[in-house]
Every structure is written in C-alpha cells, then in structure tokens.
Design a protein around this ligand. Sequence first.
Ligand SMILES: Cc1cc2nc3c(=O)[nH]c(=O)nc-3n(C[C@H](O)[C@H](O)[C@H](O)COP(=O)(O)OP(=O)(O)OC[C@H]3O[C@@H](n4cnc5c(N)ncnc54)[C@H](O)[C@@H]3O)c2cc1C
Length: 435
Amino acid sequence: MGRDADAIIIGAGVIGAAIAFELGKRGYRTVNLDKLPAAGYGPTGNSCSIVRAHYSSPDGVAMAYEGFFYWQDWERYLGVEDEAGLARYMQSGTILLKSATGHHEKVLEHYRRLGVEFEEWDREELRRRMPIYDTGAFWPPRRPSDSHFWDPASKELDGAIFTPGSGYVNDPQLATHNLQRAAEAHGGTFRFRESVVEIRNDGDQVRGVTLAGGEKLDAPVLVNVAGPHSFLINRLAGVEEEMNVKTRPLRHEVHHVPSPPDFDFESDGFHTSDGDTGIYFRPESGNNILIGSEDPDCDPKIWVEDPDHYDRAVTEAQWEAQVYRLARRIPTLRIPLERKGIVDLYDVSDDWIPIYDRSRLSGFYMAIGTSGNQFKNAPVVGHLMAELIDRVERGHDHDADPVRVKAPYTGLELDAGFYSRLREINPESSFSVNG
Ligand SMILES: Cc1cc2nc3c(=O)[nH]c(=O)nc-3n(C[C@H](O)[C@H](O)[C@H](O)COP(=O)(O)OP(=O)(O)OC[C@H]3O[C@@H](n4cnc5c(N)ncnc54)[C@H](O)[C@@H]3O)c2cc1C
C-alpha cells in the first residue's frame, strides 16, 4: 500500500493540532486536513477557552488539572517560536459558586483526592473578594420571560470554591497556530481548504481519504477530530453503529458586555461558574465580560442537523437570558443597547463526556464529543491520543485492556477507558458544559 503519511488527522482545531504535535514527537509523519482556511478557524476560534477543573468525575478533574500545567508552561512545552507570537495563559483563578446543583460537593471530593489546590470561601470571604457580586441565591435558573425572574433572592449562597491555578487562554486560535508550528517542527504538514468526502477502507482496515477535488491520500492511521462534523466523518467510515455513545452538534451562544462602571473586570475579575443562575462568565480584553450558558433545563437546546447550515445570529431571547442572569449576580452591570456575541456549535456526546478512542475499523481513531468543554484539555488529549494510537498500532488490544498513561506534569494516571465509545452513558455526568 502507498503511504502519503503515517497518520492523517481530519480537522485542524486545537485538539487536531495537539494530536499532530504529540504524534510528531513519537516519529509519526502527520498531515492535518481542514476545509477551513487556517488552524483553529472552526469552533476552536470561538471558544471561551476557559481552563478550569470542576468536572463531575475524578477522570475529568484529573485531565483538566493536568491541563493547567501545560498552559502555564506553554512556551517550553511547544519548544518552537511562532512568528505570530504565543498565546497567553491568563491565570485569573475560578470562583465556583456553591449552588443547589450540588456540583461543588462532587468537585470538592475529587479536588481533595487528586490534590488540586483550592480555597473554600464562606459567604463573607466571597463578598470580600468580589464585592460587586450579589450573594443572593436565585435558584432555580429561569428565563427572563418567567414572571419570577426578578423575584428577590430566596436565601443567601453558602459561599464558593476558589481554584487559583485556573483561568483562560487569551487567544484560542493563536494557541492552535502555536501547536501547528510545533507539529510542523516535527515534520507534520497542514493542508487547508481541503474537505474530506470519503474514508476508504477494505472493511477491516482503513486505507485513506478522498478529498473534494478527487485527490486520494493513503495512510494506515486516520483520526477523526472534526468537531461538530464528527458524526458525519464516522458515518463515512461506517463506524457509528457500533458505538454506544454518539455525538451531535448543539448551537451555543456566547455574549459579551462591558464591565460595570468603576470596576476593572479584565484585571480584577475571576472566571466564575454560577450554577445558581445558570451561566458562566470570565474577563475579556477591552474590560469586557464573556457570558455563556451552563445549559440549565429551562434553556431550549437547539440541536443542529447540518453543521454547515445553522443560524449564526445572536438571538434576543438568549442574549437577554444570559445578560440578565449576569445582571442578577452583578447588580451594577449596565445593560448595553447593542447585543454583541458569537454563535457556534458544540460537538456534544450523549453524556457530555468526550470520546477518545479507536473504532471497530483498524487504524481509524476519534477524538470527538468534546461537548463545549475540551479546549483546556487539548494538549493533554494530544498526549493521551498519541499514546493510544501508538500502542494500538503496535498491537495492544485497547478495548479489552484500556490504555492508561501517566500525566507528565501531575503524575496522575489518565485512563483512556473512561472515554470509550463502548461505555455506558455515565450517570455521574452533569449533562451540561460542566462535563
Ligand atoms: C462557543 C464555544 C465556547 C467554548 N468554550 C470553551 C471553554 O471555555 N473551555 C473549554 O475547555 N472548551 C470550550 N469550548 C469547547 C472547545 O472549544 C472545543 O472542545 C475544542 O475547540 C474542539 O477542538 P477540535 O480540535 O476538536 O475541533 P474544532 O475546533 O471543532 O475543529 C474541527 C475542524 O474539523 C474541520 N472539519 C470538519 N469536517 C471536515 C471535513 N470533512 N474535511 C476537512 N475538515 C473538516 C472543521 O473545518 C474544523 O476546523 C467551547 C466551544 C464553543 C463552540
């Protein structure tokens, strides 16, 4: 069989680029194919790129905690220069408000067990650290159309969990470009404006891909990192049916508003997870605040059939839901006249936990179902997937004996079996962006 590369990676988002870098370090000649014009131009570029550790499962916490150290060590980790500059890690810290969701209780247990640094703040400390926050409990999350939306707080929040190591990456597209340059330094190539339209295989073993222009590329390894298009690529490969957990695109809006007057949220604000009102928010350049939804039950879920065609306009209803919720938490917020924001797609799995796995087709792998919460983990996933691919290609039976890897920074064990396509739906999941 001819070989144009040792591994073809479909997608050049942050995870696709990280897998290329990590495979390159292990001697694989990689080619990333992306139908967009540059690395990180898909959902990655619109990511809020928040780096935080509060996941529902110990595996989720371990992976995200490991991620902190990659971002803190970014320049050294990459080991290359990028003419475009390097993405910066803004270590703002995270406030996880204690809410009736009970999410913080699960998280605390995992933090203690895994050694994640945290502070537990009571209500007084929360007020002292963030005097602009109203510490009222408004539970349950509501839509502004609900007549009780503006009701006074029923009681007070119990406080918060603060993690000093978390934050956000200032430019997610640049971070992806950095990974592209790092992959290229190990022999990887990136081809843009190339759409994969066929996965060629002989029934048991993958052979290669066909591009929209008719060109055929052959490789013994293919990796599906196509984000919200992941289900389409799996269907082209004929591997979806066997999977117990599947993926589909979900529309998501993020809005940005100016910081309240007399407060510099960009410098003095924290990334905050507010399950009580159903939003998350973080500092943004220009002294703005970015706001996303934590997917409370009252928010309609807009599942998208065709990821190339969906409504990319910010809606009045969702803008008001997210901005007014923030106004409940920060009463001095001024509601802007102009509705600013972005709309993009999450690639959501059935239990909002990713699938990092092989498939029934030898040589065909997937890093998909990232459910709006895996930007932070991209370099960790690069390491995990590269190990998984390398060991399976050398004959390891991953389905029978899941690959486990040692995380380089924390020394924690990462169990790829947790992310199996064959797993049962994980009942411990928050079934939201919190994973
Ligand atoms: C609005 C929003 C906010 C988010 N906020 C956060 C956050 O704060 N923190 C966090 O950790 N995560 C967040 N995420 C999630 C995070 O951004 C994603 O998990 C991550 O970017 C996924 O990277 P990726 O490499 O898998 O894919 P993507 O960025 O989805 O890229 C997939 C690529 O595949 C290409 N492709 C698809 N089909 C084909 C084909 N047939 N041929 C060629 N190319 C193809 C696409 O063009 C695309 O560039 C957010 C996501 C969104 C949408």
